[in-house]
Design a binder for this molecule. Structure first.
Ligand code: 5MM
Length: 326
């Protein structure tokens, strides 16, 4: 069981591959489709995910794809279930198992991620249908007086309970404490909050007995707030991010797979490439959502005659990210 967890975790972060986050909830995916001029139907969400998955040679740069519950239960045009189709493509299927970030009681402006009730049974079901890893995202907001210690603790505790349940079911947990880019904060403040968030998460994982060699961390990069007016070079982002990770993460962790967090595809790739110049005990790869799929969604825009164009746009983002971590 431990060997299986370790093997899967290593495969998820093995060079030159990263993870495709295609697990937008129904609400998020619907608004992204509408923005691209595509009616937000279950069939269009399915067709869009099928277009992504069928990108030729996707497995060369992608080790795993994170699916949402809706997609996990859908089928490709040829009748295959999505998770089984991924196995056939030599790509590990993952499943987002949180039910979203909700307002944290008595903590205005903050959120806590829900989804623990009944999770043990849901995990068993996902495993029986082919899932090999799972994902849970906590959202940490920087603001006036935020984040509070209460929000950091509540989110870290939920992440650790989720991760322990995953490992009990022989699923590798992706642990995602995302410090949002939103706001006018400095890169120093992002570094300080990211470090605090990671310290809380690592302490809770330790308390819960989670095996770090069977765990993949999905953190944000350390960057200035999106409305700060500041820009950081890839070298600065890499230096600040690696220093923050080094201060907190034990060597035993299987690997780090960054989220893109709203950075442009090109900036996210440049930052990821700059990280590789630093020696770290863990592989540093990508688990991007928007930075991989935004160009593909634009190119496809729901037109069945544009599937190849959408797939080429995805391949054009996978290739430089894969090259960055090779
Ligand atoms: C793909 O989006 C994921 C699910 O989001 P919602 O449940 O809010 O719809 C999200 O967790 C994603 O995996 C991460 O934020 C990373 O995506 P980005 O776009 O930041 O790389």
């Amino acid at each position: 069981m431990i060997e299986a967890l370790h093997g899967t975790a290593q495969a998820m972060v093995s060079r030159p591959r990263g993870i495709l986050a295609a697990d937008e909830s129904i609400g998020t995916m619907s608004s992204r489709l509408e923005k691209a001029g595509v009616p937000a139907t279950a069939e269009n969400r399915r067709a869009y995910r099928e277009m992504l998955l069928r990108t030729p040679e996707l497995h060369r740069g992608i080790s795993g794809v994170i699916l949402s519950d809706e997609t996990f239960n859908q089928k490709l045009d040829d009748g295959q279930d999505f998770p089984l189709a991924l196995h056939a493509l030599n790509i590990l299927p993952g499943i987002k198992v949180d039910t979203g970030a909700k307002p944290l009681a008595l903590s205005p402006g903050e959120k806590v991620t829900e989804g623990l009730d009944g999770l043990r049974d849901r995990l068993k079901d996902y495993v029986s249908r082919g899932a090999r890893f799972a994902k849970w995202r906590a959202v940490i907001i920087i603001g006036d007086g935020l984040p509070t210690r209460n929000a950091l603790r509540a989110n870290a505790h939920a992440l650790a309970r989720y991760a322990a349940l995953c490992q009990e079911s022989v699923l590798v947990p992706i642990v995602e404490p995302e410090v949002l880019m939103d706001g006018d904060h400095t890169i120093d403040r992002c570094a300080e909050v990211t470090r605090a968030a990671l310290e809380h998460v690592l302490a809770e994982l330790d308390e819960a007995g989670v095996d770090l060699a069977g765990t993949v961390l999905k953190p944000n990069m350390v960057v200035p707030g999106s409305t700060s007016g500041q820009q950081a070079s890839p070298e600065e982002v890499a230096e600040r991010t690696v220093a923050t990770l080094r201060a907190v993460l034990p060597e035993a962790l299987a690997g780090v797979a960054f989220l893109s967090g709203g950075q442009s595809p090109e900036v996210a790739t440049a930052n990821l490439a700059a990280m590789q110049k630093h020696e770290t005990p863990w592989p540093l790869t990508f688990s991007f959502g928007r930075a991989l799929v935004d160009p593909a969604l634009k190119a496809w825009h729901g037109d069945p005659t544009q599937v190849a164009e959408g797939q080429q746009a995805l391949a054009d983002r996978v290739e430089p990210n894969s090259a960055a971590v090779a």
